[in-house]
Design a protein around this ligand. Structure first.
Ligand SMILES: [Zn+2]
Length: 147
């Protein structure tokens, strides 16, 4: 007896990976716990800028990763993101602005355009009201906070 097509069946994990690779699931939400983690990391690194990568699954940012050896400086936190391994679950970046102004800088806009589809900037004092997500054009976008 032949189990037709069994070998061709894909796991849910593989299917998700393919969907996010195709970019057909726009990021629309972030988990509250991830946002809280971002704020805690930003606070911990004050007065320096802090940065990480955003990972999404089915349109929801569910994890942040930090690159080992990322330099934390007042203006340099984004630099090492260029050295990212190719990882299709990474949808964008997050970084902190110790100044408290969470608008993108000129350098941020250049970076946003080249990498990822969603970028979060958090401003001091790093709470749930002092952050904004931007698309790759630097236009503010709405992310729903989900539990
Ligand atoms: Zn910035």
């Amino acid at each position: 007896m032949r189990v037709a097509g069994f070998k061709g069946l894909k796991t849910e994990r593989q299917r998700r990976r393919e969907r996010s690779r195709k970019g057909d699931l726009p990021v629309t939400a972030i988990r509250r716990s991830v946002l809280e983690l971002i704020m805690a990391a930003a606070r911990e690194n004050y007065p320096n800028e802090w940065s990480g990568q955003l990972r999404a699954r089915e349109g929801v940012i569910h994890e942040i990763t930090m690159l080992p050896g990322t330099l934390q400086g007042r203006d340099s936190a984004l630099v090492n993101l260029w050295m990212l391994p190719i990882d299709f679950s990474v949808v964008g970046s997050v970084h902190s602005h110790p100044s408290g102004n969470f608008s993108p800088s000129g350098a941020d806009l250049v970076f946003f355009e080249k990498f990822g589809s969603v970028h979060i900037i958090v401003g001091r004092p790093y709470n749930l009201r002092t952050w904004q997500a931007y698309d790759h054009n630097g236009e503010p976008m709405v992310l729903e906070i989900v539990d």
